[in-house]
Ligand binder design. Structure first.
Ligand code: SME
Length: 168
């Protein structure tokens, strides 16, 4: 897929997600819809979903679409853990070069993980996309997926007390 095709695909899928989640205020419903729509928009994706922070040290999987996702990730581990610790978007062009990568599927070759921050800047969850292609993610993915994260954030703020106390 060339750059123009990828951009077009993102424009269409984000439009579709926006229309579907418009007016929806249930966090799990929105996260499920986002995972599903993104997963089916790009053939190279083998996993799209969320790891939610359930306490200071622990991330739990779901909702997601794709192959098996490890159920629990310690904050000290993996690309998802690094994303929470560093509070920044991480793109891994080749997961085989990262010692700390948690291989939930041997088919995964590259990935992008974005933090979902609460009001006070606490990372409440991460959005994780895995690809069967090397170097699948770039600045364009960062840009479009950041918009998706911005749609999730207000809902997470509203529901955050169910998952983690902001000042814990
Ligand atoms: N990519 C993650 C593990 C989760 S899965 O790939 C679904 C990581 O290394 O943190």
């Amino acid at each position: 897929m060339n750059t123009a095709e990828k951009e077009d695909r993102y424009e269409k899928v984000l439009q579709s997600i926006r229309a579907k989640i418009d007016g929806e205020d249930d966090l799990i419903t929105v996260l499920s819809t986002i995972s599903c729509e993104l997963y089916h928009a790009f053939e190279h994706l083998n996993w799209v979903g969320v790891y939610r922070r359930v306490n200071e040290r622990t991330l739990k999987v779901g909702p997601y679409q794709g192959t098996h996702g490890c159920l629990t990730i310690d904050m000290d581990r993996g690309v998802c853990g690094a994303c929470v610790r560093e509070e920044s978007i991480i793109i891994i062009k080749d997961v085989s070069t990262v010692d700390d990568h948690i291989a939930c599927s041997s088919d995964t070759k590259s990935e992008i993980v974005l933090p979902i921050m609460g009001k006070s800047g606490t990372v409440l969850a991460v959005l994780d996309l895995d690809s069967t292609a090397l170097e699948a993610f770039d600045e364009m993915d960062k840009e479009y997926l950041s918009k998706v994260v911005d749609w999730i954030r207000p809902l997470y703020d509203r529901y955050s007390s169910r998952y983690i106390e902001e000042n814990q």
